[in-house]
Design a binder for this molecule. Structure first.
Ligand SMILES: C[S@@+](CC[C@H](N)C(=O)[O-])C[C@H]1O[C@@H](n2cnc3c(N)ncnc32)[C@H](O)[C@@H]1O
Length: 287
């Protein structure tokens, strides 16, 4: 069952028949960028698939005391936008893992193109079965991924397992609000089939059950809604970049954006930034 859902999720985000990197390069060319002299920041806005994009990444990163020797796992690393920011700003080493092989290929290629290949590695795989030894990372980082994962306990257990003792969890995810059904399609799912929104209580329980102490829980829904409304206005005025979330949403982009605004306005979805710390090993947790 998990495998079937993961295949659906992979299909949702990446069409293997499309040369995604070429598509991005073409879009940048159309914007007048000098393709032979691209810098990684030319991709700003195109390569982060979460609410408030870079602003949210900068904010969460600032809470983590990242250093060049910090080892970070980005679970659900997408096109690598957040990891390029983290290594460029803090110099840290990052392993990205994502279900989408297409996204991993593009992220790897951009790491090479922008000279980050000694610090950024990407591999296709599942966050529910991480190919890393216990106690490997100082930070496990994840943004807008758990909405596609039904087994929240399994997800946070894996993130905790690969964290060193005292390592930090940084999680920025959409959760359920009022509990009322949400409008589909949304960016992470065309239908209910691959959407699994936990309530705040369920998310907190899954995290603490994994042996992670929650140090902060910040609801960013107001900021996200304001950001979404501005993005929607820009889109309606024809002032939106040609790619961004349109990469995998295509023709549905406008409908998805309206649904996101409505889901947030009505309190059916919320977005939270969570910082946690590994205090005990999962196998020492007593129910
Ligand atoms: C909305 S995108 C966010 C990408 C990136 N974190 C960002 O913020 O730019 C969600 C990503 O999570 C990945 N994903 C979803 N479920 C996953 C799982 N079980 N294991 C690994 N990656 C997963 C998807 O393939 C997709 O790339």
């Amino acid at each position: 069952m998990i495998e079937q859902i993961e295949q659906e999720v992979e299909k949702h985000y990446g069409d293997p028949s499309v040369d995604l990197e070429e598509k991005i390069i073409q879009a940048l060319r159309k914007e007048g960028k000098d393709i032979n002299n691209l810098v990684w920041t030319d991709l700003n806005g195109l390569d982060e698939f979460h609410l408030r994009k870079r602003e949210a990444t900068v904010e969460m990163a600032s809470l983590l005391n990242l250093q060049p020797e910090t080892r970070v796992l980005d679970a659900g690393s997408g096109l690598g936008g957040p990891s390029r920011y983290l290594t460029s700003e803090y110099g840290c080493h990052i392993d990205g893992i994502d279900l989408s092989g297409v996204f991993c290929d593009v992220a790897r290629s951009f790491a090479r193109r922008f000279g980050f290949e000694d610090r950024l590695r990407y591999q296709q795989g599942s966050a529910l079965d991480l190919p890393f030894a216990d106690d490997s990372f100082d930070v496990t980082w994840t943004q807008h991924v758990s909405m596609n994962i039904e087994n929240k306990t399994g997800f946070f257990n894996e993130l905790a397992r690969v964290l060193k003792p005292d390592g930090m969890l940084a999680c920025y995810d959409i959760i359920a609000g009022s509990g009322e059904p949400i409008d589909f399609p949304v960016p992470w799912a065309k239908t209910q089939k691959i959407s699994f929104l936990a309530s705040a209580e369920e998310q907190k329980q899954a995290i603490t059950h994994a042996g992670l102490e929650i140090l902060s829980w910040d609801d960013k829904s107001q900021e996200a809604l304001a950001w979404l409304e501005t993005a929607q206005e820009k889109f309606r005025a024809g002032d939106a970049r040609p790619l961004g979330s349109k990469l995998f949403l295509g023709e549905m982009f406008s409908e998805v954006m309206s649904n996101q605004v409505r889901n947030f306005q009505s309190g059916r979805t919320r977005v939270v930034q969570i910082i946690g710390r590994k205090t005990v090993k999962p196998d020492l947790v007593i129910d």
